[in-house]
Design a protein around this ligand. Structure first.
Ligand SMILES: Cc1cc2nc3c(=O)[nH]c(=O)nc-3n(C[C@H](O)[C@H](O)[C@H](O)COP(=O)(O)O)c2cc1C
Length: 215
């Protein structure tokens, strides 16, 4: 597949088939994703592949903690968002809402779905060592970009899941991760359920002149 087509076609997958991934398929994808560039070629990321019973345990734990602590998916902003960002949130709500499974609110779907990795057979947990500054989050972002595009090319669906960072300590304990690592993001990974309506939702992008300035 051409890269341009992958970029144009990829979208987040929020319903997956109950079909496990072969380890070789995941390894092939990880190999492609870790071709991503990084500052001084530090490759500061670590990826934890969580499948099977461990993934189910992790999902159950995160859903439980999310309910106990009333955590909700949000923009993680330091102060209230300016209106044009709020509008982009509303636009996402508008495209997703008609495609939600029956009888579930948008917020419940996103919160529970994120903690459950949308039922994907595999969750990828990406961590960064505490020795690094926030500047290295850029490297992780690029890795995630490579990951989601490569996955699409291989016929796999992904959804980046930032919500899980609210449960950094729980995840570290459950997966026996060392103290010095912190969770930057998760990715739900599996075969997309092409019959699920939610996977038809297509998020919009603002016109270039809203986000690009020429000098
Ligand atoms: C850093 C990051 C964190 C995200 N966190 C979540 C999340 O916690 N839950 C979720 O459902 N989607 C999450 N997403 C997916 C975004 O909602 C999605 O990428 C965006 O709406 C654009 O849609 P698209 O991926 O279909 O193009 C996240 C995406 C990124 C890049």
């Amino acid at each position: 597949m051409e890269l341009v087509s992958a970029i144009e076609e990829r979208c987040s997958t929020r319903a997956f088939l109950n079909k496990p991934l072969h380890r070789e398929a995941i390894e092939g994808l990880l190999d492609l994703a870790t071709h991503a560039p990084s500052a001084i070629n530090l490759q500061p990321w670590e990826l934890v592949v969580v499948s099977g019973q461990e993934k189910e345990r992790l999902s159950r734990l995160l859903v439980k903690r999310m309910k106990e602590r009333n955590i909700s998916c949000g923009p993680g902003s330091k102060s209230p968002l300016p209106e044009h960002y709020v509008q982009r949130e509303r636009d996402l709500f508008d495209v997703m809402s008609p495609n939600l499974p029956d009888q579930i609110s948008f917020q419940d779907f996103i919160n529970e779905g994120s903690c459950n990795f949308y039922g994907a057979p595999t969750a990828i947990i990406i961590t960064l060592d505490e020795v690094f500054s926030n500047a290295r989050l850029t490297d992780i972002g690029i890795l995630v970009g490579y990951f989601v595009l490569a996955a699409h090319d291989l016929g796999l669906g992904t959804c980046p899941v930032g919500l899980i960072t609210a449960f950094n300590d729980d995840i570290k304990e459950e997966l026996s991760l060392p103290d010095e690592k912190h969770v930057v993001i998760g990715i739900a990974l599996g075969y997309p359920d092409t019959k699920a309506s939610i996977n038809n939702a297509r998020s919009l992008r603002v016109p270039l002149d809203e986000v690009v300035k020429w000098r």
